[in-house]
Design a protein around this ligand. Sequence first.
Ligand SMILES: C[S@@+](CC[C@H](N)C(=O)[O-])C[C@H]1O[C@@H](n2cnc3c(N)ncnc32)[C@H](O)[C@@H]1O
Length: 366
Amino acid sequence: MSLVGTCEIEREYFRAGLTVEQIARHSVDVESFSSRAAITDHTHALYVNSSDAINVIVRHADVKCQNVLTVAGSGDFAFIFLYRNCKSLCLVDLSPFALFLCELKLRAIEALTYDEYRALFYVPQIYSNDYRGPFVCRSVYRRLREQLTAQARAFFDVVTDEDNGKFWQICEPASGNSRILRFRTSYHPSGNLDRRHVLTDVNIYKCVQQSLRTTPCTLLLQDISALDDVFDYVYVSNIGYLDCMQGDVVGKILGHGTTRVGLTTRSLESLSCVMDETGQLYPSFDSAPPGVPVANVFVNIVYQPRLGDACKKTEPLIPGAAVSLGGVPAEVIGVGIGEDFPVYLEARSTKTIRKCRGLHKTGCRR
Ligand SMILES: C[S@@+](CC[C@H](N)C(=O)[O-])C[C@H]1O[C@@H](n2cnc3c(N)ncnc32)[C@H](O)[C@@H]1O
């Protein structure tokens, strides 16, 4: 098993009322896309790369042989959980554009060598905040085109069309004002741009490739908190903005019977720390193990309001700290470095563990 067939994903898009004509129209009509891509309209979100604490999640999300559900987002989360050998993977998003990118990334991993994959997404140039330009290489894309759904094809045909391509370039990488092609990078002390991503070398790429061949993987267009299937682990990234608090999302998912939910939040103030090659943070040079190369970094490790009213006071979000997500208890697992100053948390249900049921059994909707 691997990523479900193109026809099944197409059926999912049609079920959600998404026609090829609509996609072609939205993708070309820049004005309409931009105005609908307002901060609360997730149906138009498109993140090219992850802004989350990828290194921290890779190290701590123990999902071996587990059924995992995650927000598709930039598509990079899929690589984390495949790399960590999950048993099944379900990727959900409100935005069809996020799902198209996820489709393309997964089909690319299935079919391409590491170097070809890098050429498709302009790696590592694209990880630099200074990068301006296209984000999908037309010639490599054309080799994968037939593997994509009709809807994703309609989208990437426009994105990679040089006549239309001007709009579909990374043009405002650091500000984050644009929800289209929004791009954030993570800092890594080695200065190596590749270390800002999960696919940092050919061996990791091959592991992900191998895992994808044997792991049932499915894509769904819907609200993650409305999915009532039970998973071993759900990663919701940093969803929950103005309309709904992160605690509400996590509470709902735990309420459906899932026992462990990972999430990312963003912090507001800086503290000085040092970080080693793996991204592990220490409060000072003296507290890092001897001989480990470390770099001085500033990291925001203070609470931010997205977590919910119950935790309005400012508390350091250092690893091990307990926080309340609007009444749902969670633990800080690690702190990443990046534009978003991501903090990775986990919330666990105290209820009796229920057996997983649902999508991951078949990879399809019941
Ligand atoms: C996860 S966040 C930010 C991007 C993320 N930090 C990353 O690294 O990929 C944004 C993504 O979540 C999706 N999203 C937001 N709320 C959602 C919800 N309730 N259900 C499913 N997807 C949602 C958006 O459409 C978007 O693709």
